[in-house]
Every structure is written in C-alpha cells, then in structure tokens.
Design a binder for this molecule. Structure first.
Ligand code: CP
Length: 323
C-alpha cells in the first residue's frame, strides 16, 4: 500500500505545509507563482485582499521568533483573515495543559489554521496528525527538522533576482547540522533543479551522510565559494548544540566568516542571503551584510507574499477539495 503524503488532501492538493521533502516541483512553482501574484498587495494603498475573509488563523509560537511570526501575522491580515497570536508564556500550557488539550480547545473555537513553531523536530507533523479535518497546519520551524516557508521565501528571492533555477550554483554555509533552514533549502533547491548545491562548514557541524541529499560538501570556505551565484549564510545555532566541539566565535569567523575579500571569490554578481537572525562578526562581516550584494532584507519582505501564498493554497484546498 502506498502511504499518502500527510500534507496532501484526497485530491492531491496541499492541505498542510510541513516540509518540502516529497513535494513535486510543480507544487513549489505554483506557490512561487501565487506569491508573485500576491506580492503587489503590499504596494496597494489598502493592503488587503478578501481571499481568507471569515477564516481564523492561530499563531502558536512555542519558540522565539521575530521575522516568521510577524510576517505570518501580516500575511494573514493582508488576506483578510482573523488572527490570534497565542501568548504561550501566558497560556494554560504553563499550568500543565497538554499540547493536544490546547489544540482541542482552539479547535472548539472554530479556528481554521494553526501556524506552529516548536523546539521539537516533528511537532508540526504531530499536530497535523491530531487536528480535525477542516484544519490546516503550517510548520513555522520545528527543531532542526524543517522550516519550509523560509526555504520558499528564499527560492522566491533567488527566482526574482536570478530568473531560472537551472544554471545556478548555490552554497549554504555554516552550521548545517542544526539548521532546519538548510534542510528545507536543500530539498527546495534540488527539487527546483539548480545545477549544484554545496554545503560548506566544519566537520563538527556537518550532518553524517548529507551527500545523500544531493549536495557537495566543502570544509574550506575559500574553495567552496568559487563560481557561486548564490551564497546563503547561516548562524551558529547554539541553542541546539549538545557539546559539539567548536572553535571560539573569533576562530569560527576566521575560518567561515563571510568577508568582502572572500565574497570576491564568488561570481561578480553573486548574491548574499541569510535567513536571520544574523550574528555580525561571527558568520558575516557587517560590510557584507549591509553591502550591495546582500538581499537579506528583501528576503524578509518576500516572506509576506510567500506566506500569503502558502496559507491561501492550504485553506483553498478545503474549499475546492471539500475536505
Ligand atoms: N528566519 C527566521 O526563522 O527568523 P525568526 O526566528 O526571527 O522567525
């Protein structure tokens, strides 16, 4: 028996958005195209369209966030949805209520979508397996597993600036081992068909068998930067490290920090990306982060349109699929 992808409804449409792994190229292209068509809403004098009028979206952030939480909220509001931001620190989970009981109570309020960030890998899948059929779940980052909307906004940014994915050589640099962003980006880049994906970082921060994901591994940054079109920098995710041996931040910067001098080893029109939060002087020099080849703040802007696209696609699958 073939197991159905939990993210898809009976008609094969996207109901939940939990991971990019296993999604077809055309589904990713459709999300990017929808985001392109919705990106103009932000430039209108009235920044709203009625696509999700009458829907209720709950942001459940069990872990800190600046960009993801706020752009999900803005995206939902621009789609005319009602938005609840559950303050976890002040919620009944602090009185011992289980995650499932919290969810069942929110379900009883006739909510339509949960946007979930959690420190545990698999949390969004767990929730998706336990919600009522009319509810969609979007993964806003789970442990070191996946951050699919971040990867999609990164793909949107790359496509906007570079056009076709096919000829591109892209590198992800830094703490690959603990990065949910890197994992989702690798799945997105390989599915969308770039020429080459490289991962660059110290051996201690490289997952075992990462080559099986279709990437080339480099431990020397200067070597890995050659001929690149896109450089994606990552921060050291200290909160997910469990005694991995690491050099000091100063030493790390000497070996893996992106400086202007190093950037010159990539193609002259290479762009510099970072999902944020950036740690200046640890993985990236300020002059590069703020320089003309940095598209870091464009990534943040694109997060709104891409999250509008993901939410309207998932909730649209209920209307069309009759789930
Ligand atoms: N990129 C990202 O997930 O940032 P936040 O942690 O601020 O949401």
């Amino acid at each position: 028996m073939i197991r159905r992808n939990i993210q898809l409804n009976e008609q094969g449409q996207l109901r939940h958005f939990l991971t990019i792994e296993g999604l077809k190229r055309q589904m990713l292209v459709d999300i990017l195209d929808t985001a392109e068509s919705l990106s103009g809403v932000t430039d209108q004098s009235v920044k709203k369209v009625p696509l999700l009028r009458g829907k209720t979206i709950v942001n459940l952030f069990f872990e800190a966030s600046t960009r993801t939480r706020t752009t999900f909220e803005l995206a939902a509001k621009r789609l005319s949805a009602d938005v609840l931001n559950l303050n976890i620190a002040a919620s009944a989970t602090k009185k011992g209520e289980t995650l499932l009981d919290t969810l069942h109570n929110l379900q009883a309020m006739h909510c339509d979508m949960f946007v979930v960030r959690h420190a545990d890998s698999g949390a969004a899948h767990f929730i998706a397996n336990h919600v009522a059929p009319h509810i969609s779940v979007v993964n806003a980052g789970d442990g070191s597993h996946a951050h699919p909307t971040q990867a999609m906004l990164d793909m949107f940014t790359i496509r906007r600036i570079k056009g076709d994915f096919y000829p591109l050589k892209v590198a992800i640099v830094g703490d690959i081992l603990h990065s949910r962003v890197a994992r989702s980006q690798i799945h997105a880049l390989t599915t969308l068909g770039v020429t080459e994906v490289r991962v660059i970082g110290p051996k201690t921060l490289m997952p075992k068998d990462v080559e099986a994901l279709g990437v080339h591994v480099y431990h020397d940054l200067d070597e890995g930067l050659k001929d690149l079109d896109v450089i994606i920098m990552l921060r050291l995710q200290n909160e997910r490290m469990q005694g991995e041996s690491l050099p000091s931040e100063h030493e790390y910067f000497q070996l893996y920090g992106l400086t202007q001098e190093r950037l010159d080893k990539a193609k002259p029109d290479a762009i510099v990306m970072h999902p944020g939060p950036i740690n200046r002087g640890v993985e990236i020099e300020s002059s590069v982060a703020d320089g003309p080849r940095s598209v870091i703040l464009q990534q943040v802007t694109h997060g709104i349109a891409v999250r509008m696209a993901v939410m309207s696609t998932c909730l649209g699958s209920h209307a069309e699929g009759g789930v």
